[in-house]
Design a protein around this ligand. Sequence first.
Ligand code: OFO
Length: 170
Amino acid sequence: MALSSKMEKALNDQINAEFYSAYLYLAMSCQAQDLKLKGIANWFNIQYQEEIAHAMGLLKYVQDRGGRVTLSAIDGPRTQWENAVEMFKNTCEHEAIVTGLINNLVALATKEKDYAAIQFLNWYVNEQVEEEATADEILGELQLAQNSPGAMFMLDRELGARTFVAPTIG
Ligand code: OFO
């Protein structure tokens, strides 16, 4: 079954949103580097790569369904945060917005009776649960460590150990 034009447009919009997420996390990675938080800079760099993978997963799906990929301009992200807590607060807010976007996509696929798309999008639904939980957990740890340089050092080191594992989407 071919993608409906509404579905095709919505998936293209989501490709753009995922690239925007990548851009936002790359900006956070650069800010963390400026703040000498190398581990957090690494964590956000991996997050940037994850978001690119999310965009590419959607892009491939549009193509697999015989749709047309239309790339559009990516908005410039915010580029300054005071500290790591502010960055992770922003991450939590941003992921909640993305969860809303994914939910809207599922709602549209349901309305269009596009059961294949619902199945595919399920991966993203689960991924959002994971992303929101992880960001929330790190925010909590950072808030605890905020006033202790030693604890912050350890946490930064821990976040520096994150490596990129290409996700298997769909
Ligand atoms: Fe693509 O999950 Fe974050 O935004």
